[in-house]
Each structure stands twice: as C-alpha cells, then as structure tokens.
Design a protein around this ligand. Structure first.
Ligand code: FMN
Length: 228
C-alpha cells in the first residue's frame, strides 16, 4: 500500500514535471530551458524603460525561467568556453540570485523566497510565505515592490572575487551585477514585462526579509511584472 502510494506521488510529480524533492527539507523546481525569441537589439534598447506600475497579473513559470537564466544563468559556448550569460572577472562568478514570489504570482509556484541554482537551472524554496511587504519596507517603502508579483534580488558573495583580486575584486563584483541587471531589463522587455533596478535599500533589512546567508550581500532588487 505504502509502495503504491509512493509510486502514485512519483507519477504525479513526473506529470507536473516541476517538483522534485532533493531531500526532505527543501523543495526544488526544475525549470524549462529559456525560450527567448529572436529580436532586434536596437528595438529592445529603444523599448527598455524603468517600469514601476505593475499589474497583479500572475507570471508564467516559463517566462520566469527565461528571466532568471538571462540574468546570470549557465550556458555553453564552444568557442570561448564561457559558461554564463554575463561576463565575470576571472570567471569567479560571485553572483547568487534570489526570487521573492508573492501569493498567486507565478502559475504553479507557491509564494516564498527561492534561490536560483545556476548549475541545475532549478529553483529551490528557501523561505515559505509572501515576503513582498518586508522587501518593500527594506527598500525604503518603495511600494511598487509590494505590488509586483515577483522581485529578483541580485546578490553576491564578494569573497569569491576578492580572494583572487584583493580589494579590487569588490569593484569587479559591482560591475558584474550591472551586467546581470541589464540582461534582466532587456529580457523582461522582450517578454512583454516591465522591471526597474532598485538600489535604494538597507542591506541588512533585505537580508533579513529574505533570510539570506550572512555571506551574501544584496546588490540590486528588480521587481518584475506586467505593467499598466
Ligand atoms: C544603480 C541604480 C539604482 C537605482 N535605484 C532605483 C531605486 O531605488 N528606485 C527606483 O525607482 N529606481 C531606481 N533606479 C532606476 C533609475 O531611476 C532609472 O534608471 C532612471 O530614472 C532612468 O530611467 P530609465 O531606466 O527608464 O531609462 C536605479 C537605477 C540604477 C542604475
């Protein structure tokens, strides 16, 4: 009976094709590959604007997968053997991406804070519950953050880069975060979504809103959604 129930649960998971359980504690969601359409770069650059007027409309999980991949995902380039969508000083790859997902904000995803597992192109649920209000307060009360269905929080472990480059490494990490932000802007635009880079926040409050590991420093908050 127990075996039969386990098989049934497994079949349901496979049919949904999103939820896998790596261990008993943390839920992982395997994402589909990014689905970017061919687009004229000039028109994307022309269309990009900071957007702050978000609708409550939920996002599609495949669009979120495309966004997180574009922000700092893994790729394979046979010519240069570069492995990320963004350049990284000495390929030290200091960035880590977290996603705050609101209630009923992404089809097929519970509200919570997710960590984007770059190597696996998966999301790992690290905190349950809707943390948008806390995030918005940590960003000096910029209330469009509470309304946006999701926010990407580009964060870094500075040690990965400063261990190699010393104090200069800090500058490299900020440069890398800028690359990630611009990718988010352009790909959100391509998907018909809006975003804005938010740099005005209290680091410790963002860390607390997300229950971030003490070695991760938030660098940019990017609320994303359909705009009015
Ligand atoms: C480093 C940085 C920090 C920013 N911080 C904020 C912010 O905290 N809140 C906000 O509403 N916009 C923020 N912005 C967005 C700018 O206000 C916006 O890019 C600027 O007004 C130009 O508009 P555009 O992006 O539509 O061209 C930030 C932009 C950058 C590059």
């Amino acid at each position: 009976m127990v075996l039969l129930r386990s098989v049934c649960v497994l079949l349901v998971c496979i049919s949904l094709s999103v939820k896998i359980y790596a261990d008993n504690k943390k839920m992982r969601i395997r994402l589909k590959p990014a689905h970017l359409k061919e687009e004229n770069l000039k028109s994307l650059l022309e269309k990009r604007h900071s957007q702050r007027n978000f609708q409550q409309t939920s996002l599609n999980l495949d669009d979120l997968a495309t966004l997180v991949w574009a922000t700092c995902g893994k790729k394979f380039d046979a010519l240069t053997s570069a492995t990320r969508t963004i350049p990284s000083a000495g390929a030290t790859n200091p960035l880590e991406l977290f996603i705050v997902v609101g209630k009923n904000s992404v089809e097929g995803l519970e509200e919570g804070v997710y960590h984007y597992l770059i190597e696996e192109h998966s999301l790992e649920l690290v905190v349950e519950g809707d943390r948008r209000l806390r995030l918005s307060r940590a960003c000096l009360g910029q209330d469009f953050i509470e309304k946006a269905p999701v926010s990407l929080i580009i964060s870094a472990d500075f040690r990965r880069t400063t261990n190699r480059y010393g104090a200069r490494g800090r500058q490299y990490v900020y440069m890398e975060a800028g690359h990630a932000c611009q990718n988010t802007y352009l790909v959100a635009t391509s998907l018909g979504l809006g975003t804005v880079e938010v740099g005005a926040f209290v680091n410790e409050e963002v860390k607390s809103a997300l229950d971030l590991d003490e070695n991760y420093c938030p660098l940019s908050v990017m609320p994303v959604g359909y705009t009015k």
